[in-house]
Design a protein around this ligand. Structure first.
Ligand code: SF4
Ligand code: SF4
Length: 175
């Protein structure tokens, strides 16, 4: 990712929400709690030496001109990411605003994305709890354990199920 990939005019200024909602394995930081290295609303206290997980992450608000200003994380209380290969849209909800994704104008857009994917899903994180949306279906995956992965199961009759299964399963994805 380079600075030229960032939508002109957008930046992380006054936002540190990803430092709360994302899990950072290198720091054993769970999802949904503010990182101990975060100066809230200002930035990272160890910016030059921050872990690779932090370096590699730019949220979709920064990267996607298709998302309007209403998707700014400090406004939406949502942080979006995208896994292109798996076609998985990740939506991390601020745990202080549980259910923020169910408000408009967000829900209609999220449902549209859920209806468009033929191999992935929209994955909503609310701290440790995850929900997957495919088409009009909503799958409550509960609190995922470290030994679990999220699996999309496509049946021959065209129906789809998403569930939390064993991490070593051949169908397991790794969001
Ligand atoms: S959520 Fe997005 S805009 Fe906010 S600090 Fe993280 S990358 Fe920057
Ligand atoms: S190490 Fe820095 S960039 Fe990474 S989550 Fe913590 S405060 Fe944010």
């Amino acid at each position: 990712m380079t600075d030229s990939d960032i939508v002109p005019g957008r930046s992380c200024a006054d936002c540190t929400l990803c430092c709360k909602v994302l899990g950072i394995p290198e720091l054993a930081k769970p999802r949904g709690v503010v990182c101990g290295q975060c100066d809230w609303n200002k930035g990272c206290k160890i910016y030059a030496g921050r872990p690779g997980s932090c370096r590699d992450f730019d949220c979709s608000y920064l990267l996607s001109p298709a998302l309007g200003e209403e998707w700014k994380p400090t406004t939406a209380h949502l942080v979006l990411g995208y896994m292109a290969r798996e076609d998985i849209i990740l939506i991390f909800t601020d745990p202080d605003h549980v259910g923020a994704w169910r408000r408009e104008p967000y829900l209609a857009r999220i449902k549209k994305w859920a209806g468009m994917t033929d191999k992935g899903y929209v994955l909503i994180w609310e701290a440790k709890r995850a929900l997957a949306l495919v088409g009009a279906q909503e799958f409550d995956l509960g609190e995922l354990r470290d030994d679990q992965a999220i699996i999309r199961d496509d049946h021959r009759d065209g129906t789809v199920r998403v569930y939390a299964g064993a991490k070593n399963s051949p169908q397991a994805g790794e969001p």
